[in-house]
Design a protein around this ligand. Structure first.
Ligand SMILES: [Zn+2]
Length: 444
């Protein structure tokens, strides 16, 4: 109890020091940014929204750089104001490797795995939270996101989230929260998993989950108002796993199981029966989810049957979807035929290719627009895949990736030099109301 109070007080102090409004008013940028957590493409997945635009990180051949996309001009610029900087190496103000990116109180926050060279070798400092000014300057270490720096024993699969001044993060299979700017080792509060770790196994949803399962469980974190959610892949009889959603009430601190992925008896056949939903989004007590070859659904987290929304699967049987508070946008990319009789894997990545249209629906499943982007396949030589990143209500943003092959496998003696593959990525937007297609920037 004492620890809880300390955490609450620190959270309040942090909120004040960050210039938050008092009187229980929560600024929108202090809320978990749902639409910014939709990208499953590793090409552009660290992105956050500020009042006037979006900050994001691009991994290029010259290194990782931060960019800003202006909401008004819809143009992107590198986050470096250094005169005559060529933006090509780590002397650039925008040079920054980030895993997650948030903004609050006029600064950017990001996570990074830190190592430090010491006299007796390299010290593993683990995952830490840093902050940087929106000009790329004044970088600071904020706090560790590990209870013992560098001590995480799990394969970290969940990405931390920031919601109302608290960071939610996994550490060694246990889910924690800690106040932003606090001392994690002292202030972190375990939300879920510690019971499993200490008792060696607990009953969840009729199954015994052992401590050893925790590394495989993973979490996909989410927040909506007073509730923080985490999706867990619970082991099932027969060796499969099932997406199961829990909620954590930030006021009462109660954890409840609120949903699990429906079976074919509830929704009919779909591409990955009883395993994982392809994309999901939680808004106002409902979970919206897309099932490959089956369509778009929603279900109340207070109970009740799943409800099919429109006839999305008729337009797009496969695809990669992104949600916003208004829309579900589905790119019609398909499993890569070079993988043979491809099984869709969780997320997208290299197992999907093509994509030449984006279908936009409102959250009742009614069609809003079908955006034809097939002209890009004529314009961009070697275009292999288009992948959606986020939707801001006006535009759908997506990455187009081209691959050009030069040279060929050359064998000299025992050495074979493979063909050189060069990937170029382009950030595009497609106007939902206008159908306008515009290139924002490109990188290699
Ligand atoms: Zn620069």
């Amino acid at each position: 109890m004492k620890r809880r109070m300390t955490a609450a007080l620190l959270a309040a102090a942090t909120a004040l020091s960050l210039g938050s409004c008092g009187g229980g008013i929560v600024r929108s940028e202090d809320e978990f940014q749902k639409a910014m957590h939709q990208s499953s493409t590793s090409r552009l997945d660290a992105i956050c929204e500020a009042e006037d635009g979006y900050y994001f990180s691009l991994e290029t051949l010259k290194g990782p750089f931060l960019y800003f996309l202006d909401k008004e001009t819809k143009a992107a610029t590198i986050l470096c104001g250094k005169p005559e900087c060529p933006h090509t190496d780590d002397t650039c103000d925008a040079y920054l490797r980030v895993y997650e990116l948030w903004t609050t109180g006029g600064r950017l926050y990001y996570t990074h795995y830190d190592y430090e060279e010491r006299r007796d070798g390299v010290a593993d400092l683990g995952l830490r939270l840093h902050s940087v000014g929106t000009d790329g300057k004044s970088r600071k270490v904020v706090q560790s996101l590990e209870l013992v720096p560098g001590g995480d024993t799990s394969q970290r699969t969940a990405r931390p989230i920031l919601h109302r001044g608290q960071i939610y993060f996994p550490y060694s299979g246990v889910l924690y929260r800690a106040p932003l700017g606090g001392d994690t080792a002292k202030d972190a509060v375990a939300i879920w998993g510690s019971e499993i770790e200490s008792s060696g196994g607990v009953e969840i949803g009729g199954m015994t989950v052992a401590a050893g399962d925790l590394n495989a469980l993973g979490y996909a974190l989410w927040a909506d108002g007073d509730l923080v959610y985490f999706m867990v892949n619970l082991p099932q009889p027969g060796g499969t796993c099932r997406d199961t959603l829990f909620s954590y009430d930030t006021v009462s601190e109660e954890v409840r199981q609120v949903w699990e992925v429906p079976g074919p008896d509830e929704v009919g056949r779909w591409g990955e029966e009883g395993v994982s939903v392809d994309q999901w989004y939680i808004l106002d007590g409902f979970i919206y989810f897309f099932l490959s070859q089956n369509g778009l659904w929603r279900q109340s987290l207070a109970g009740g049957a799943p409800e099919k929304l429109g006839d999305v699967a008729r337009d797009v049987p496969y695809g990669t979807g992104i949600f916003s508070d208004e829309y579900f946008c589905l790119m019609n990319d398909v499993p890569d035929p070079s993988y043979g009789n491809a099984v869709l894997t969780f997320g997208t990545g290299p197992s999907l290719v093509y994509g030449d249209a984006i279908y936009v629906y409102d959250l009742t499943g009614a069609p809003v627009a079908a955006l034809d982007i097939s002209a890009l396949y004529d314009e961009l030589q070697g275009l292999t895949h288009c992948m959606p990143v986020f939707c801001d209500g006006e535009d759908v943003y997506f990455v187009a990736e081209t691959c050009t092959v030069t040279g060929g496998p050359v064998t000299e003696g025992i050495w074979t030099t493979p063909a050189q593959k060069t990937y170029t990525r382009y950030l595009y937007r497609a106007g939902i109301g206008t159908g306008e297609l515009a290139q924002i920037l490109s990188w290699t």
